[in-house]
Design a protein around this ligand. Structure first.
Ligand code: MLT
Length: 263
């Protein structure tokens, strides 16, 4: 077992959420829990919301591994954190890489999953070219730091209008990426490169599931959300029209509404 104590941002503790089930918001790559500030602020008065920093990102310690990190390690870190707090079930929301972690969590800790929210993510694994790109980026980060990830990702993270109308948001996300330590960024890249295809798991997901996608996402094509909606029995799909890959920041009002109506 990989033990890690996670740094978390937390609001609304004590709010019922259907018998004390927290909404756990898992960030994507290469971010940290501050991605969810608008959800902590916007939903924290109504429900118990927890946003952890994944190991090696934000203020959480990196894994102590003598091998490459995997999605299972991140999923187990969340389960260990919940266990250490005496939390039996969570409503798990994963954004992009956080969604890859959520699929691993659903496989490994199904008894802990009350509801699932898949945000701008996909079930499939990387193809060979994709894996090669991850290792190339990891080598670049090792040499030059998180700036390599910031330069590669930033042009794809937002809807076109966000770059024009909300330059301060774009700059603040750049700053967030630049603050990340190399180790955490590299571990995430290795875990994404090695992740399995979670498509066969979709039919086994029996908890209520919400899929949220950005109509202008330049990283995850719209077809991925349609595919998950078809593959997960009884799932609900909400499209945020003005959202790109970082829809929870670009249109927090629409995003939070979707969560509120589902939770
Ligand atoms: C993320 O936002 O987590 C990443 O874009 C996911 C990926 O690169 O596959």
């Amino acid at each position: 077992m990989v033990r890690n104590s996670l740094n978390v941002r937390e609001r609304g503790k004590g709010k019922a959420n259907g018998n004390g089930v927290p909404l756990v918001l898992v960030h994507g790559f290469p971010f940290d829990s501050s991605m969810w500030e608008k959800q902590l602020d916007g939903l924290g008065d109504e429900m118990w919301v927890v946003a952890p920093d994944m190991p090696g990102m934000g203020q959480s310690e990196p894994f102590e591994l003598h091998r490459e990190a995997s999605m299972n390690d991140y999923a187990d870190a969340i389960a260990d954190w919940a266990g250490s707090r005496g939390i039996e079930k969570i409503m798990l929301a994963g954004h992009s890489m956080g969604g890859y972690i959520a699929f691993a969590f659903a496989r490994r800790h199904p008894e802990m999953l009350a509801k699932l929210i898949l945000v701008a993510t996909r079930p499939g694994a990387d193809n060979e070219a994709g894996k090669e790109g991850r290792y190339k980026m990891a080598a670049g980060v090792e040499e030059k730091g998180a700036v390599v990830a910031a330069d590669a990702m930033l042009p794809k993270l937002f809807a076109p209008a966000t770059y024009e109308d909300h330059k301060e948001l774009v700059e603040s996300v750049r700053g967030l990426i630049l603050r990340q330590e190399k180790r955490g960024v590299i571990d995430s890249l290795h875990a994404m490169a090695g992740r399995p295809d979670s498509s066969p798991d979709m039919a086994r997901i029996k908890v209520p599931t919400l899929i949220v996608s950005g109509a202008q996402d330049a990283i995850i094509p719209a077809t991925e959300a349609d595919n998950m909606h078809r593959g997960i029995d009884g799932s609900r799909h909400v499209v945020v029209q003005d959202g790109g890959h970082l829809l929870m920041l670009e249109d927090a009002r629409a995003f939070n509404k979707a969560i509120r109506e589902f939770a």
